[in-house]
Design a binder for this molecule. Structure first.
Ligand SMILES: [Zn+2]
Ligand SMILES: [Zn+2]
Length: 284
């Protein structure tokens, strides 16, 4: 397993790689544009080249997280189109940057009757379009599991599998599992057998080779709370027991990306160290 962190790319997209190296991370996760605005960022070609060069020399992995505004589960055609366009754009830049994957939230059905099943085709359509937009070098597109807030889709293995299925099991469509979201949605990731049960569902439905990344975050909110509040490794409600997740045999070999606040500014060197040490204690 290698350890990454979600880091800022302010000052140029390549700066995120420098920040990852500075905190001793093996990998980086970035936004390719401001996460709270639709307007895409134009990245100068020299920054893109620097990103690739640095990443290849110094890191084991690099992924992008799509912006939070995206909701390709929406029944509002205008919002769906804006969302799909933003996802296309992220996949295109992901290909240019040589990323391993683009991770996104499948969205919310806002309580629609029929739940996740009623919006699966809509989400699948956006996924297939975005992978196509990425071209021959498209990164993997990963559906991230949801904390289950409101009508969020992808709250368990069954729902994630349903979405991959709706996209005809496209070979570049996979999943990313976030420990905090799983815990919030009611999957007790501090219990290896609970993780096993979910992974069995995924394995049987879509195959575990589609699991391409994990998000390693502790939680400020209790099991099943459906509230998504990340905490630093070792400081949240899971604490040491998060080791069941990071040390799980099926996750070894993947990149584990931290999306924690650190002291307020995002992951620090000590957060990466805490993750590595937790892993070392639980992966034996
Ligand atoms: Zn996410
Ligand atoms: Zn989260």
């Amino acid at each position: 397993m290698f350890f990454g962190a979600h880091l800022s790319s302010s000052g140029g997209i390549h700066k995120a790689v420098e920040r990852a190296v500075d905190i001793g991370a093996d990998a980086v996760q970035i936004f390719v544009q401001s996460p709270r605005a639709w307007r895409p960022t134009a990245h100068p070609a020299e920054n893109v080249a620097k990103f690739r060069e640095l990443k290849e020399a110094k890191l084991q992995g690099a992924v992008a997280h799509a912006i939070y505004l995206i909701n390709v589960a929406s029944d509002d055609p205008e919002l769906w189109e804006k969302s799909a366009t933003a996802l296309d754009h992220t996949m295109r830049i992901g290909a240019e940057l040589g990323l391993d994957a683009v991770i996104f939230h499948p969205g919310s059905h806002k309580g629609a009757e029929g739940g996740a099943a009623s919006v699966a085709d809509r989400i699948a359509r956006a996924c297939l379009r975005a992978i196509e937009a990425g071209g021959d070098d498209a990164p993997w597109l990963l559906l991230e599991n949801a904390a289950g807030t409101g009508g969020t889709v992808g709250r368990n293995a069954e729902e994630l599998a349903l979405l991959v299925d709706a996209a005809d099991e496209h070979p570049k469509l996979g999943v990313c599992l976030d420990s905090c979201h799983w815990y919030a949605s009611g999957v007790d990731v501090t219990d290896t057998s609970a993780i096993d049960a979910e992974l069995d569902v995924l394995d049987q439905a879509i195959g575990l080779d589609r699991l391409r990344a994990i998000h390693l975050n502790d939680s400020k909110m209790p099991l099943g709370s459906n509230k998504d509040r990340h905490d630093n490794i070792g400081e949240g409600l899971m604490g040491e027991e998060l080791g069941h997740f990071v040390g799980h045999p099926k996750f070894q070999g993947l990149g584990a990306y931290l999306e924690v606040a650190g002291a307020g500014d995002g992951p620090r060197a000590e957060d990466i160290t805490a993750a590595r040490e937790l892993h070392a204690r639980w992966s034996r």
